[in-house]
Design a protein around this ligand. Structure first.
Ligand SMILES: [Zn+2]
Length: 290
């Protein structure tokens, strides 16, 4: 019932034509960055078909170059960057679709989890504390709690959750691979040592073991403070991506780039509403009224 109501809401919002109006006006001369995680194959087909028809999908690098040169003419109208966080193993099955729709996304990899049977802490089965409750703990408390549930960041489980090295290397001919820390901590809850290490080690490992040119950091869970920006700058990142909702321009703060999250939705109406920015505008409107 709840799901069908949600579907109805997004359908109604889509057919207000407001997503179309936003796309052709406010969003038109901005750069929209979308976040995905573990999109299923059928959803990805629908998603990429719609987005490639209605936006100009560009690589993250082109946007960074335009920012560097302060040249808006390098960017098409309705420019959109597609990003995937974490490096989930099923991302590999999307490779043919990326090629089919000429999409060059960026995948942000957790360097300590890829090519291993280590697991993402937020996917680990727990009985008591929810993900949101865990995110509120200090990093030390969180790891300590997870240990009591049988989880350790370096523990090898029976199956992988992330991409293997051979998959990453094959995909990297078409896809930009960038950093998402080592073990996906909530950086703002880490101490100085862990925060710096997570940021610098992920970059170093992806560069030395994979040969990638790592310039972009996606803050895990979108958690960051001024400290993380400083650490990222110190070790040579060129930008940082948040999960703050909004659009970007060549004048945006490169270490606080905004992204919209369509929540890996199976529903095309939800994708259309969320990728246009209408959803975050509505949320902002309601929170300013309440
Ligand atoms: Zn993540």
């Amino acid at each position: 019932m709840k799901n069908s109501l949600k579907k109805l809401v997004f359908k109604l919002l889509r057919y207000t034509c407001i997503p179309l109006l936003i796309r052709e006006s406010w969003q038109k001369n901005k750069v929209t960055i979308l976040t995905f995680h573990d999109l299923s194959l059928p959803s990805a087909e629908r998603t990429f078909k719609y987005l490639s028809k209605n936006y100009h999908i560009i690589p993250l690098n082109l946007f960074l170059k335009a920012c560097e040169l302060q040249d808006p003419k390098m960017l098409p109208s309705k420019a959109m960057v597609i990003t995937f966080d974490d490096g989930h193993k099923n991302n590999y099955h999307l490779l043919e679709l990326f090629k089919k729709y000429h999409i060059h996304p960026t995948i942000f990899l957790c360097s300590g989890i890829i090519n291993s049977n280590r697991h993402f802490w937020f996917l680990h089965q727990r009985n008591s504390l929810s993900i949101n409750e865990l995110k509120k703990l200090s990093s030390k408390e969180k790891w300590k709690y997870l240990e009591t549930t049988g989880f350790l960041p370096e523990k090898e489980f029976d199956d992988p959750q992330a991409l293997s090295k051979s998959q990453i290397m094959e995909m990297s001919k078409f896809i930009d691979m960038q950093a998402h820390t080592v073990f996906h901590p909530c950086l703002s809850k880490s101490d100085d040592y862990e925060s710096r290490k997570e940021i610098s080690d992920s970059k170093a490992m992806l560069e030395t073991e994979y040969g990638f040119n790592i310039r972009a950091l996606a803050y895990p869970n979108g958690d960051y403070t001024h400290r993380e920006i400083e650490f990222a700058k110190e070790v040579g990142f060129a930008c940082g991506l948040t999960v703050k909702s909004g659009f970007n321009t060549i004048h945006s703060d490169l270490f606080q780039l905004k992204r919209l999250d369509p929540d890996d939705s199976e529903d095309i109406n939800e994708l259309i509403v969320k990728s246009s920015g209408m959803w975050f505008l509505l949320k902002n409107l309601f929170s300013s009224l309440s």
